[in-house]
Design a protein around this ligand. Structure first.
Ligand code: ADP
Ligand code: MG
Length: 141
């Protein structure tokens, strides 16, 4: 399984990395890491890199659950942190999103493995000392 490992040292560097990685991302992408690791920050860069919104316009969908950026080729950003049960997640209509060819970026989705497609990309973010982060990108396809 091919994977790439990166290190960033600030919020700005993680946004820049997201911008750089954006063109190689497609389909379902899991953003995995603790609270405050930088999942939403990475999303800002990815969304900006695809040209569908500026980084500053991207906010956490913690309460709204799903954000859509762009119209013609939308990018979806989902946060399942507040959900506890599979049926709650199912009622969001994620399968409809997965069935499109849109990029779907998901935070906390690894908590619901049965609802996820096997073919997906994972971005794991781990806080190192201070503002440093280790970011591992793995494509499963
Ligand atoms: P998550 O979505 O994983 O809970 P956020 O992206 O919302 O995390 O928040 C990450 C926090 O960590 C922000 O306050 C950001 O400024 C800070 N931060 C510090 N260093 C980094 C880094 N290298 N990459 C990303 N965020 C960082
Ligand atoms: Mg977040």
């Amino acid at each position: 399984m091919p994977s790439q490992t990166f290190q960033t040292h600030s919020e700005e560097e993680t946004i820049a990395l997201g911008r750089d990685l954006a063109p190689q991302l497609h389909g379902v992408v899991l953003l995995i890491g603790n609270l405050g690791a930088g999942k939403t920050t990475m999303t800002k860069g990815i969304v900006e890199g695809l040209g569908v919104a500026l980084a500053d316009a991207v906010s956490s969908p913690t309460f709204t659950l799903v954000h859509q950026y762009g119209g013609d080729h939308p990018v979806y950003h989902v946060d399942l942190y507040r959900l506890d049960e599979e049926r709650q997640v199912e009622s969001l209509g994620l399968n409809d999103l997965f069935a499109t060819d849109s990029l779907v970026l998901l935070e906390w989705a690894e908590r619901f493995p049965a609802l996820l497609p096997a073919q997906r990309t994972e971005i794991r973010i781990r806080a190192l000392a201070d503002d440093s982060r280790e970011i591992v990108l793995t494509c499963q396809d």
